[in-house]
Each structure stands twice: as structure tokens, then as C-alpha cells.
Design a protein around this ligand. Structure first.
Ligand code: GLP
Length: 259
């Protein structure tokens, strides 16, 4: 894994957007995995800016979101489909037919999860998956204890995750108890991973994921096993790391060549 430490949130957003835009230029029909949460917002904002002022083209992209709450309609203001519309889809030239978010209202959940996996395969597999990280080390909604080989399925959210997400809902009890999520195994099959993290609240999870043992209790630690994983994090999120890391993709590549 390539860890890149930037000064602050703004800097990680720009660095991460630079990588995504680079992959879009190289492969206009990129299959891009998307994440929700507040961390990728700056990255999405920068991609929107690049679309508007530099003509960054999304028209041939296919996207797959990591997860969705069970029981929320796509129009629900807290649904991840709505979040993606508001923060990316409605501002760029993505073809809505090529955007995928798991359906939290699916009547046959098992069948829907299988279909979602099949859609990813039919699109040629994920080229690049964007990830955030939960304070407890979760990726997507793969909570601690998730099987490291898991596929898209329904997960029960932990109390801490529901509390962390309560800020988006009116009351704690409004936070859904279940979510559909790509599995850890699904995520690991993406050809590249780009994990973004910001703030001291993520320092413990980042240290455990980057320098701790690989364990299902910290699902993000499996990213250590990925051949092409980029972690773009700010100083506050990097506070618990002991090793020396790069400050840009260029520097990281030079260091690798030296090795
Ligand atoms: C949710 C999402 C995750 C995200 C996490 C962190 O649980 N399912 O994909 O990484 O929140 O969110 P934030 O970036 O707001 O800290």
C-alpha cells in the first residue's frame, strides 16, 4: 500500500481527485467504485470543478456505490442514492443508466446482492474503488468481524456506526439498523483502491489498518494485502503512524523505484 500524507483535508481532496482524473483520462470507460460519507466530499467537489472548467468527461464511466441503507427509498434525503445525486451525479455528465447504488428497498435482498455482484462483473470489474474508513476501521459497511472474503450482502450496523451517522438523521432511532454493502472480498477485487481519511478521529483506525495486524476486527487492515492500494490521508489522520511515508504520488513512485 502506498501511503501519502498531506497537510490537510483540502490537500488530500486535491491529491485524490488528481488520481481519479488521471485514471479517467487513461480509460474513459473506467468502472469507478464510489463511497459516501463526509470524507470524499472534497474529492467529489474537485472532480465537479474539473468537469466544469477542464472538461473532465464522465459520459462513458460506469459507477458502483459501496453501500446503501436498508429501508430507505432512493428519494429519501439520507439515502446514499440521494447523497450521490446531490454531491456528484447531478453535477457531471454521468449517464444515469450507468450509475449503480444498491437498492435498499429490494424485496429479495439476497437476489439483489447477487445481481449487484453480477453487474460489477458484467461491467468488467471495478477499475478503481474509492473508500473512506469508519472510526472503528470499517470499509463500506463491513463492520469489525466481517469476513475478509465477504461478498455483497446485508449487514447489521454497530452501535458506534449508528451513533456516528446519527448526525445526518433527525434522531438516533431514525438511523437504519441494516445496510447492503459490497463485501470485503468484492472491494479487494478492484484493480486499484483509493482510501481517503481525514482528522484525528480516524488516527486510531488508520494506524491499526496500516501498521497493525491484518484482522477481521479492523476490516480496512486487509488493504495491506492489495497490490495497488493508495491511502491519501492528512496529518491528523496519520498521527498514530510510526513509519515514514510519502507526501505525493510522485514522491511515492520515486521511493518505490529506489527500492
Ligand atoms: C459510513 C460509510 C462508509 C464511510 C464511513 C466514514 O459508514 N458507509 O463508506 O467510509 O461512513 O464516513 P465519514 O467519511 O463521514 O467519516
Amino acid at each position: 500500500m502506498l501511503v501519502i500524507i498531506k497537510d490537510d483535508y483540502q490537500a488530500i481532496s486535491l491529491e485524490a481527485a488528481r488520481l481519479v482524473a488521471n485514471r479517467m483520462h487513461k480509460k474513459p470507460n473506467l468502472v469507478l467504485g464510489l463511497a459516501t460519507g463526509s470524507t470524499p466530499l472534497g474529492l467529489y467537489g474537485e472532480l465537479i470543478r474539473m468537469h466544469r472548467s477542464e472538461g473532465l468527461d464522465f459520459s462513458k464511466l460506469t459507477t458502483f456505490n459501496l453501500d446503501e441503507y436498508v429501508g430507505l427509498r432512493p428519494e429519501h434525503p439520507q439515502s446514499y442514492r440521494h447523497f450521490m445525486r446531490q454531491n456528484l451525479f447531478d453535477h457531471v455528465n454521468l449517464d444515469p443508466r450507468f450509475t449503480h447504488v444498491p437498492d435498499g428497498m429490494a424485496t429479495d435482498i439476497e437476489d439483489h446482492c447477487l445481481w449487484y455482484e453480477q453487474r460489477i462483473l458484467a461491467a468488467g470489474g471495478l477499475d478503481l474503488q474509492i473508500l473512506g474508513i469508519g472510526a472503528n476501521g470499517h470499509i463500506a459497511f463491513n463492520e469489525p468481524g466481517s469476513s475478509l472474503g465477504s461478498r455483497t450482502r446485508v449487514k447489521t450496523l454497530t452501535g458506534t456506526t449508528r451513533e456516528a451517522n446519527a448526525r445526518f438523521f433527525g434522531a438516533d432511532e431514525d438511523v437504519p439498523r441494516y445496510a447492503l454493502t459490497m463485501g470485503v472480498g468484492t472491494i479487494m477485487e478492484a484493480r486499484e483502491l483509493l482510501l481517503v481519511a481525514s482528522g484525528e478521529g480516524k488516527a486510531h483506525a488508520i494506524a491499526a489498518s496500516v501498521e497493525g495486524p491484518i484482522t477481521a476486527m479492523v476490516p480496512a487492515s486487509i488493504v495491506q494485502m492489495h497490490a495497488r492500494a493508495f491511502l491519501v490521508i492528512d496529518r491528523a489522520a496519520a498521527a498514530g503512524l510510526k513509519g515514514a511515508y510519502a507526501s505525493s504520488f510522485e514522491e511515492a513512485v520515486i521511493t518505490r523505484r529506489k527500492l
